[in-house]
Design a protein around this ligand. Structure first.
Ligand SMILES: [Zn+2]
Length: 142
């Protein structure tokens, strides 16, 4: 079955602009790729989006995490009304929460974005920065 047949869960945000995440989803890599977007809470639009991609066979080189990409975006375009959201999709297209790893938590703190990063859980919004962050895959392999 092709990814095109999967209907992705809507993220629980009111979005005024036309924004689809279908092009960021593949069934093959959804277990490892994390979707991110930057949402403007005043204008209620998605201003940027992307996904982290697994690095293929070169396992020693870690990929740039989704939240890291989003933080990079927000650093250059710092706006008070911007919030970062990160999440994953299951193979069936349902939303799964994704929490920042230890490294990304450090980066978020460094740029003072630690209160602006969220994920989705049970059709709601919750902070993606948690007290006991999971180690990233790259950390585990060191
Ligand atoms: Zn991370």
């Amino acid at each position: 079955m092709s990814s095109n047949n999967i209907i992705l869960d809507d993220i629980p945000l009111f979005i005024k602009n036309d924004c689809s995440f279908n092009n960021l989803f593949t069934q093959k890599s959804c277990n490892v790729s994390v979707i991110w977007c930057v949402y403007d809470i005043k204008r209620k639009i998605i201003v940027a989006k992307g996904s982290s991609r697994p690095c293929g066979f070169n396992h020693t080189k870690s990929s740039i995490h989704a939240e890291e990409q989003a933080i990079q975006y927000c650093r250059g375009n710092a706006k008070r009304n911007h919030r970062i959201f990160i999440w994953r999709y299951s193979k069936e297209g349902s939303i799964k929460p994704k929490y920042c790893c230890t490294l990304c938590t450090m980066i978020a703190n460094k740029y003072n974005l630690q209160t602006k990063i969220f994920t989705f859980q049970n059709n709601g919004i919750c902070p993606a920065i948690i007290d006991d962050p999971p180690l990233s895959l790259a950390n585990l392999m060191k």
